[in-house]
Design a protein around this ligand. Sequence first.
Ligand code: IMP
Ligand code: MG
Length: 197
Amino acid sequence: MKDNAAEIPRITVRGERFRLYLDEDTIQHRIQELGEAISRDYPDEPPILIGVLNGAFMFLADLMRAITVDCEVDFLKLSSYGAAKVSSGKVYELKKIDANIENRHVIVVEDIVDTGLSMQYILDRLQAYNPRSVRVATFLHKYEATRVPLPLDYVGFRIPNLFVIGYGLDYGQLGRNLRSIYIMDEPLSDGQESGSK
Ligand code: IMP
Ligand code: MG
């Protein structure tokens, strides 16, 4: 990325300005590293990757192709925080996993850990199925916003507490198809949603 602020690519989505934050090459390079780490960590038993819909689909697709050992995939979907002005932190499952994960090595794959409340809920739910192990792979971690202790085993990028879009992440459902991550210059003002799943 160029140093000169004027040359940083900017886009507008739903009337909000975003600037380029992580470009495609940077993202893909980091995902290769995560794939190599996961491949080293699971030499014997194929792990099952559980993607959290909707946001994680793009990261999951690239991460899975960067993994060189056998692995399986399944999905779950959580409710959105909806139109609430402030994140309620109250989530529930819209789609449960189909796979039987009893005695399996599970890797939960998320687009972003923000407050961490969604991930905490997912980890609690998965324990009920008696998996052999559970690890977390998250593409982004807004570490200053995270309110609960979480084991984050594979983290793509630690980012500041600012709203981001692209690479699966949306602003009002738009922006998911962007190949790069774009960041809002200012925190979202009160009254705007902090994001949807
Ligand atoms: P948490 O429960 O606060 O950790 O929020 C997790 C979910 O909120 C993520 O899976 C995203 O769907 C959404 N989210 C949080 N921050 C952002 C963001 O900056 N952009 C887009 N979606 C976000
Ligand atoms: Mg999500």
